[in-house]
Ligand binder design. Structure first.
Ligand code: SDX
Length: 385
């Protein structure tokens, strides 16, 4: 029996038309369209249509899809009461995992998994997730819930529900771009999780719930929160030493590297050059940070990037999508523990795209394990153990 390929590194476990990644050249495409072109020209709603239909929509199709999504902004009756019964101290990713799972109780065909019902459920979840996150954040802050507005786009409506006021066009654009950049990314851990679950012909709610559990992990989507925590730690250290943050970055990073600690927001299983999403976010975060008085965070991030390029660039360790999304989300005014829920809000679209692909040409995932334990062991009675 062959020995296990740890982490399934390099193993092709599925075929997809959704996203293409060239880790050597730093290329990411959604259905063949370069991520930069989509970030500059598309909207999240249009990108979701692209991922779920393998082509861009015409105007009528986009208007219809957008309308169906907006019809699902509001939660099913009873969900609000369930949400505000949760402890205000609950962690947002745990709340999201729990509440997406609870959504299935309101579905009249919870176990149906043919393609049309899977699409319907995916749209339900995508429409409800921003509302669940915004409602919980308002509730835990002791603020009145702000109900969704169907006249607002996905990005604008989320920021409106979260802050209780209409966001500026610049904020909406920034958030919409972040949603586009995080939508899909090949067979990452959470997407693989979703495909594994749906391959048993379980339902879309179960698949997305499992994927949320995976994304929370700090080695995966949870890294963006850890990046922000690291920047905060550096600022605190500088204050304690009575120095400028820029002065303590070098010793801080070098010390952590010496201890073989991972610097969050760097490295990637596939990219061995800079993640193209990080490239786009780096430029973007500088602009949004400058506009919002957070330029220092950007400068700190840029200095960390220079040190890491010098120290571990030769090992193919470069910034990934999480590194500059931290500064971007902070500059938009999002609380740190909402960063990973933002990632999940966008990635619901990629998870669903892959589930639809899996259902269209399904084979139950059931890999082998290399048994390395003993054989022919006699059963010893308890008094003899
Ligand atoms: C995402 O898969 C996807 O596509 C994910 C994602 C998506 O869109 O879905 O792109 C989103 O999850 C981005 C990654 C976010 N995670 C982090 O930023 C956490 C920090 N990064 C790492 O833990 C790590 O880089 C991984 C988990 C992302 C990838 O790790 P691998 O492929 O398992 O690589 P490895 O652990 O085998 O490391 C190889 C070497 C090791 O050194 P040596 O033991 O060979 O001397 O590189 C070193 C590692 O110590 N290394 C790092 C490092 N990441 C790897 N050293 C310092 N800092 C880091 N961040």
């Amino acid at each position: 029996m062959a020995l296990a390929v740890k982490g399934l590194e390099g193993i092709v476990a599925a075929e997809t038309k959704s996203s293409f990644i060239d880790g050597e050249k730093g290329i990411l495409e959604y259905v063949g369209i370069a991520i930069d072109d989509l970030a500059r020209n598309s909207t999240f709603e249009e990108t979701v249509f692209l991922l779920w239909n393998n082509r861009l929509p015409n105007k009528a199709e986009l208007d219809e899809f957008t309308g169906m999504l907006r019809d699902r902004y509001e939660l099913p009756p009873g969900m609000e009461q369930r949400l505000v019964a949760l402890p205000t101290s609950a962690q947002p990713m745990h709340v999201l995992r729990t509440m997406v799972s609870a959504l299935s109780m309101h579905d009249l065909e919870p176990n149906k998994v043919d393609l049309p019902s899977a699409r319907r459920k995916a749209l339900n979840i995508l429409g409800h997730v921003p509302t669940l996150i915004a409602y919980f954040d308002r509730y835990r802050r002791g603020l009145p819930l702000v109900h969704p507005r169907k006249d607002l786009s996905f990005a604008a409506n989320f920021l409106y529900m979260l802050n209780g006021k209409e966001p500026t066009p610049a904020m909406v654009r920034a958030f919409d771009i972040c949603m586009i950049l995080h939508a899909d990314h090949g067979l990452n851990n959470s997407t693989f999780t979703a495909r594994v679950i749906i391959s048993t012909l379980s339902d879309m709610y179960s698949a997305i719930t499992g994927a949320i559990g995976s994304l929370r992990g700090p080695l995966h989507g949870g890294a963006n929160e850890e990046v922000m925590e690291m920047l905060g730690e550096i600022e605190k250290l500088a204050k304690e030493q009575g120095k400028d943050a820029m002065e303590v970055i070098e010793p801080y990073i070098m010390d952590r590297l010496k201890r073989k600690e991972r610097i969050m927001g760097f490295g990637h299983r596939v990219y061995k050059t800079i993640d193209p999403r990080a490239t786009f976010l780096k430029t973007f975060s500088k602009q949004i940070a400058a506009d919002t008085g957070n330029l220092k965070l950007y400068e700190m991030s840029s200095k960390i990037e220079q040190i890491m390029a010098r120290e571990v660039g030769s090992k193919g360790i470069y910034p990934n999508v999480d590194f500059y999304s931290a500064t971007t989300y902070h500059s938009i005014g999002l609380k740190l523990d909402l960063f990973t829920p933002m990632f999940a809000m966008s990635r619901v679209s990629g998870w669903a795209a892959h589930c639809l692909e899996q259902l269209a040409d399904n084979r139950l995932f059931r890999p082998a394990a290399a048994y390395i334990g003993p054989h022919a062991v006699a059963y010893a009675p308890i008094e003899k153990r």
